[in-house]
Design a protein around this ligand. Structure first.
Ligand code: SAM
Length: 152
């Protein structure tokens, strides 16, 4: 089932998206089943699972033509075009989420979002709250998802 943040994109066509933190690709596949995705940049440095995880993700995603699997750090990857949405679910530390938010904000047209806004991940809560306060963004939350709609 589509997570709450992604439900904002239902009905939109030819979306260009980014997921930071791919793991086995399960969530990305779920998104591609439910949304109209033209191009999906999936970024993971596979720092947690190494080569074995990378190979499994590649295998799981091989039949999806829209996917560009980017094996690198989320802060160094440069998308070749502006993107409609970003879903941040990589390194959950305060410093890393803060960096991702600052880097990806300007590259995102419709929605900046992410996972694990929960008491288990206090760094995510702190970084997202601070960022929204600083930028005067309206923060939405449901379950463990958070999101910001640009232009709101
Ligand atoms: C929580 S998992 C992602 C789960 C996935 N989004 C899902 O819902 O199935 C986090 C992933 O982020 C990756 N990761 C951690 N730090 C990263 C970084 N700086 N850049 C890119 N990927 C990173 C890890 O290798 C791991 O696979």
């Amino acid at each position: 089932m589509l997570r709450p943040a992604l439900q904002n994109l239902v009905g939109l066509k030819a979306l260009i998206g980014v997921e930071i933190g791919v793991l086995y690709g399960g969530h990305a596949i779920e998104i591609m089943k439910e949304l109209n995705i033209k191009k999906f940049y999936l970024i993971d440095d596979f720092s947690t699972g190494g080569a074995k995880l990378e190979a499994a993700a590649k295998e799981n995603l091989k039949d999806y033509n829209q996917v560009v699997l980017c094996v690198e750090d989320s802060t160094t990857f440069e998308p070749p075009e502006p993107v409609d949405f970003v879903y941040i679910d990589g390194d959950h530390s305060y410093e890393a989420v803060r960096k991702d938010l600052n880097i990806w904000d300007d590259k995102t047209k419709i929605m900046l979002s992410g996972h694990d806004y929960s008491s288990n991940e206090p760094g995510v809560i702190r970084a997202v709250n601070e960022f929204c306060r600083l930028k005067n963004y309206n923060l939405h939350r449901e379950l463990s998802d958070w999101w910001i709609l640009k232009g709101e």
